[in-house]
Design a protein around this ligand. Structure first.
Ligand code: IPD
Ligand code: CA
Ligand code: CA
Length: 263
């Protein structure tokens, strides 16, 4: 992507996520209604749908030929990552939005032929914007984020795990004892953000493409890995088991998983 084109795209994205944040806040202040989507723990509000519609309309106006993959399926869904594809999670952490009025984000990413170009996570209540730009770096409110280093080891790191049963076949609770401790945010975007800042050294979850898109872009920029539990790249089309870690801890986790399944 040429620079002027990239600058334009970034400016559009910034405007859209900030406007989305304002709408989300306004809706929260005037009282949130919600319904169950798949279960009592999986809720959706009218504003989840409204924000996806807002993003879709804004993108289509400027980039009419681009494809879109959105959690709330408010229009045609991209079936592959060929060409120009936008991936969006209108509100990530909807349960937090409803129950905590805090700790939720909106996420928007742009991919070209499967390669992430720009990803944004906007933490609405804190008004903080994380931007990951291919070839440039990761920035929070304009400040460059330095990679925390490949030598990070689990024994000196906190880890976060969610949507995975800690008593399952992998005995993740047992594995977590190798770390300094567990943290759970209830928001994949915030987990990725904390990871990028080095606040955690390992993140495990069972996530959808819209939860993972920005992390995949950040991984290349900061030198960490985001893969499935076999160590393969994410396909960004299906829900997958996800491990996010710097190489040493990543290897430690994959070895643990392999041994568990060989038992
Ligand atoms: C959820 C959150 C949560 C994760 C779930 C996601 P949503 O997103 O990111 O942290 O554990 O798997 O579905 O539904 O609030 O967009
Ligand atoms: Ca969502
Ligand atoms: Ca989500």
């Amino acid at each position: 992507m040429v620079d002027a084109e990239q600058r334009n795209l970034i400016e559009h994205m910034k405007t859209w996520v900030i406007q989305a944040g304002q709408r989300i806040e306004k809706a929260r202040e005037s009282g949130i209604s919600y319904r169950e989507k798949t279960s009592l723990r999986d809720l959706v509000t009218p504003i989840d749908l409204e924000i996806e519609n807002f993003y879709r309309a804004a993108i289509k106006k400027v980039y009419p030929t681009h494809k879109i993959l959105g959690e709330e399926e408010q229009g045609e869904q991209a079936k592959s990552l060929q060409g120009s594809v936008w991936i969006m999670d209108p509100i990530d952490g909807t349960l937090n939005y409803i129950k905590q009025a805090d700790n939720y984000v909106t996420m928007l990413s742009y991919f070209k032929n499967g390669v992430g170009q720009v990803g944004m996570i906007y933490e609405v209540s804190a008004k903080k914007l994380l931007i990951a730009i291919k070839g440039k770096g990761v920035f929070v409110n304009g400040h460059f984020i330095k990679p925390i280093g490949k030598q990070t080891c689990l024994a000196q790191s906190l880890m976060s795990v969610e949507a995975l049963d800690l008593n399952d076949a992998l005995s993740l609770y047992e594995f977590s004892q190798k770390s300094l401790g567990l943290r759970i945010t209830g928001c994949a975007g915030l987990d990725a953000w904390q990871f990028a800042l080095g606040q955690t050294g390992l993140y495990l979850n069972h996530l959808f493409p819209w939860d993972n898109a920005v992390s995949v872009i950040m991984a290349d920029l900061l030198g960490f890995k985001v893969t499935n539990f076999k160590g393969e790249s994410l396909n960004l089309l299906d829900r997958e088991y996800v491990v996010m870690a710097y190489p040493k801890i990543h290897e430690e986790f994959l070895t643990y998983v392999k041994e568990k399944f060989e038992d």
